[in-house]
Write a protein that binds this ligand. Structure first.
Ligand code: SIN
Length: 501
């Protein structure tokens, strides 16, 4: 899908926003509402700084209204049957599918993601709604053998209540779908706080939820600018009407939410930063490893928690791998995501751009060698950064330790498997890890020893609705997607039936 011209694109985009009623309003209690203060903020396209929409700048009073609406709706929604919830989610999924191109265009305009990638994310996000529409009817209890004949032990799952979902800008549709799909499927109601960088996608998918007939108050979207986000997050953590929080974002913010949730001993699911190793062993198929590296690193311009962040290449194959990699990286096209065949868009904002530049400059100043890229692509726009390959990374460089969240492949050379695992596991993060090897014993050995929640063996893209997504160590708590994705939104109730004789 491409646009004939950027001008044409702008017109198309405005029509889409109008058609989808995504304009200056958030969605609370089944109504499209302004902030109580009437304040709004602008959403800009990171590719060119153009304002693409304005949305309410809500504060804790608005968030409180949304929580109250969700709490009221919960009293009814929790008693709907699994079949009813499944059918509504299926209707939502159908509408999301019918409108996939419009959602993708909105997403590209506010996130900068190339249109083909935005469409890919829409498919990915929709797949969670489809998956959880099926899972809704698959939540099963148990009857466990009792130690005495006069009692029966029943175990079943109940919705926790109002779930507050705080979602990031890097996957503006899929992260809402992965959380809300699970929460709604089991009978929770939701208040979603999308990122201030990408609220339009959230509002578009909420509009389709409304059209699907999801009852008022069951799904609420509270938009706010950056300055109100911390107080809204705190309210979510401390409100007695909120039963649980699910957050995807930085480890720093995750830790703050973790602390704030302690006062109410609130259920908390955290999908935080990763610092994924990508290891290429001597036995690897190097062509496949190069393609895996591109997919895993450059998806969303490197702005993914599961993106490979440290490339560890074994001595014997180092030169060949790097040569093949550079050849492919040089073919990548960087540009405005609405133009044809663009592989890499801009970084989302200035903070992100400065961080990437700073990490690369720090490495260069300490002796790292740039093989391609290594600098801003300012001729395209102020948030564009060239796809970069940089070698001779050493422990004294920030790039060695920190998550870059940008299009930078930093390469470390190693000699032994033991050494590779020491480097791979030498971090407090543990979300995903990838390695390439054709040695079956090594495959089992290394996957067992990698300290992460998700392993890609000879594969750079591992995310799918059917598999559990989540990390260990400081990468988070809980699992999203898969049949386990409902666990954060349910509690287990044990009922003892006594005096049965
Ligand atoms: C993330 O990295 O933030 C989520 C990506 C995914 O679901 O694959």
């Amino acid at each position: 899908m491409t646009f004939r011209s950027v001008t044409n694109y702008r017109e198309t985009f405005k029509v889409i926003l109008r058609k989808m009623h995504v304009s200056q309003k958030a969605f609370v209690n089944g109504q499209w509402v302004a902030a109580a203060s009437d304040k709004v903020f602008e959403v800009t396209n990171p590719a060119n700084g153009e304002v693409v929409g304005t949305v309410p700048d809500m504060d804790i009073q608005d968030a409180q209204n949304a929580i109250q609406a969700a709490a009221t709706a919960f009293e009814t929604w929790k008693f709907t049957t699994a079949k009813e919830r499944s059918q509504l989610l299926r209707k939502w999924f159908n509408l999301l599918n019918e409108n996939q191109e419009s959602i993708a265009k909105i997403m590209t305009a506010e996130s900068g993601k190339p249109i083909s990638e935005a469409l890919g994310e829409v498919h990915y996000g929709n797949s969670f709604i489809e998956w959880f529409s099926e899972q809704a009817r698959n939540v099963r209890g148990e009857i466990v053998e009792s130690p005495v004949t006069s009692k029966k032990i029943l175990i079943d799952h109940h919705p926790i209540g109002v779930a507050a979902l705080i979602t990031p800008w890097n996957f503006p549709h899929a992260m809402i779908a992965r959380k809300a799909g699970a929460a709604l499927a089991v009978g929770c109601t939701c208040v979603v706080k999308p990122s201030e960088d990408t609220p339009l996608t959230a509002l578009a998918i909420a509009k389709l939820a409304e059209d699907a007939g999801i009852p008022k108050g069951v799904l609420n979207i509270v938009t706010s600018d950056r300055h109100n986000a911390p107080s809204i997050g705190k309210l979510f953590c401390e409100s007695p009407l909120v039963a649980g929080i699910s957050f995807t974002g930085s480890t720093l913010v995750g830790k703050i939410l973790y602390k704030q949730c302690s006062s109410g001993v609130k259920r908390l699911a955290l999908e935080l930063g990763g610092n994924a190793p990508f290891i290429v062993y001597n036995s690897a198929n190097l062509d496949k490893a190069v393609e895996g590296a591109l997919g895993s690193k450059f998806r969303n311009c490197g702005q993914a928690c599961v993106a490979s962040n440290r490339f560890l290449i074994q001595d014997e194959v180092f030169d060949e791998f790097v040569t093949k990699l550079i050849h492919r990286v040089k073919q990548l096209k960087i540009g405005n995501g609405v133009e044809p065949n663009v592989n890499l868009g801009p970084l989302i904002n200035e903070t992100q751009f400065n961080k990437v530049s700073d990490l690369v400059n720090d490495a260069i100043s300490k002796g790292a060698k740039v093989l391609t890229g290594g600098k801003p692509a300012s001729h395209i726009g102020k948030l564009f950064y060239e796809p970069t390959v940089i070698i001779d990374i050493t422990e004294n460089m920030k790039l060695y330790h920190e998550e870059v969240f940008g299009p930078v492949i930093n390469i470390i050379r190693f000699k032994t498997e033991e050494e590779s695992l020491k480097i791979a596991n030498g971090t407090q993060s543990g979300l995903a890890g990838y390695f390439y090897s054709e040695d079956i014993k090594q495959i089992f050995r290394v996957s067992r020893k990698m300290e992460v929640g998700m392993v890609g063996v000879n594969e750079g893209i591992i995310s799918t609705a059917e598999a559990p997504f989540g990390g260990i160590k400081e990468s988070g708590l809980g699992r999203e997607g898969s049949h386990r994705g409902i666990e954060d939104f349910t509690y287990i109730k044990y009922t003892c039936l006594g005096n049965l004789e």
